[in-house]
Write a protein that binds this ligand. Sequence first.
Ligand SMILES: [Cu+2]
Length: 151
Amino acid sequence: MKSLKYILSGVIILAILAVGWWIAAGQSKDQTANGNQKSVQPTQTSSPNVKKAEYEMEDGVKVFHLTAEEVKHEVSEDVFMKGLGYNGGTPGPMIVVNEGDKVRIDVENDMDEPTSVHWHGLMVPNEMDGVPGVEPDSPKIDPGDHFSYEI
Ligand SMILES: [Cu+2]
């Protein structure tokens, strides 16, 4: 049951990230006069109290790093609770990319339970999406292990 709690927490957190991603992708396109789509710079995407994830370019691929871990979350002024998050916070950082970008997200599991990432709302191959146990090809990231999601 504890594993289910962690997996569901991960799914919820990633759903928030995926929404930010989806919004950014939708804003990266514009219509030309003849109806064709052209790429434009995305509109500034932000969310209150959520940092944008940093990335590095490696051979034309945007590479992000996420560490799934226990975090101390301030739910109200001076009121803290333990939670699960990425890179020290919950929700994790917002991943912003443009449609057509090649993206790799290296996920490190620093928790005591297995985890995975479900890119809710994004059409990605099953072997690059969670939740393990629901989809046989979904990767499971054991404690201390990592997985690179390539999209
Ligand atoms: Cu989903």
